[in-house]
Design a protein around this ligand. Structure first.
Ligand SMILES: C[S@@+](CC[C@H](N)C(=O)[O-])C[C@H]1O[C@@H](n2cnc3c(N)ncnc32)[C@H](O)[C@@H]1O
Length: 191
């Protein structure tokens, strides 16, 4: 009986450690793991008017909530960068098993070392500190007209063109996002 309980406790401990690792290990890099809900993904891609003409960079791609939708439904070319190796493996398996794999590039690495010059759309769901660290990099590297859509966290000091309070999505357009607001951002009704 005691032995059984010990084995059960050990199994639970291993499961808790695995889940803890999966969710929290990447915290130090810029965010833990939490997939963007489907409704917010849809909102982000629509607000950014993603199309087959776009190259979308998903910074911290997780298991691909944005990546595969952007490539399959919106036909964008997608560059997915992810630091955590298990998630990179999941992204690669999903890409291999699905259509449009030629549109998706997966990079295992730190998004702060990636050059954003080729991106016409950037998507983020990263912690506030990471957004603050990214701001000067965005300002150096984003091309005029590039759109940035962020779930939950703002780019500090930038002015969103649209904010959707229902899905917590911010749309920015570079370089007008840097200018002082003439009016408040459009707040959508979430429809
Ligand atoms: C909140 S999740 C969002 C995942 C995905 N973008 C989505 O919308 O479902 C943030 C992801 O960013 C990754 N990440 C955090 N810091 C990173 C960094 N410096 N470089 C690359 N990936 C990073 C984490 O491993 C995690 O998978």
């Amino acid at each position: 009986m005691v032995a059984t309980l010990l084995v059960l406790a050990a199994i639970l401990l291993v499961i808790a450690a695995a889940v803890g690792y999966f969710v929290f290990a990447s915290f130090v890099f810029g965010a833990g793991y939490q997939p963007t809900p489907r409704r917010a993904v849809e909102r982000m891609l629509r607000l950014a008017e993603v199309s087959e003409r776009d190259t979308l960079y998903d910074l911290g791609a997780g298991t691909g909530a944005i990546v595969f939708r952007a490539a399959r439904i919106y036909r964008a070319r997608v560059v997915a960068v992810e630091v955590e190796p298990i998630r990179v493996l999941i992204l690669r398996v999903r890409r291999a098993l699905g259509p449009f794999s030629d549109r998706i590039t997966i990079r295992w690495g730190n998004l702060f070392r990636l050059d954003f010059r080729e991106a016409s759309v950037v998507t983020t769901f990263l912690w506030p500190d990471a957004m603050a660290r990214l701001r000067p990099k965005f300002e150096r590297e984003l091309e005029n007209g590039a759109r940035l859509v962020s779930h939950h966290h703002e780019v500090p000091g930038w002015v969103p063109e649209v904010y959707d309070p229902e899905t917590h999505v911010y749309l920015y357009r570079w370089p007008s996002a840097r200018r002082a607001p003439r009016s408040s951002p459009t707040i959508t009704d979430g429809a």
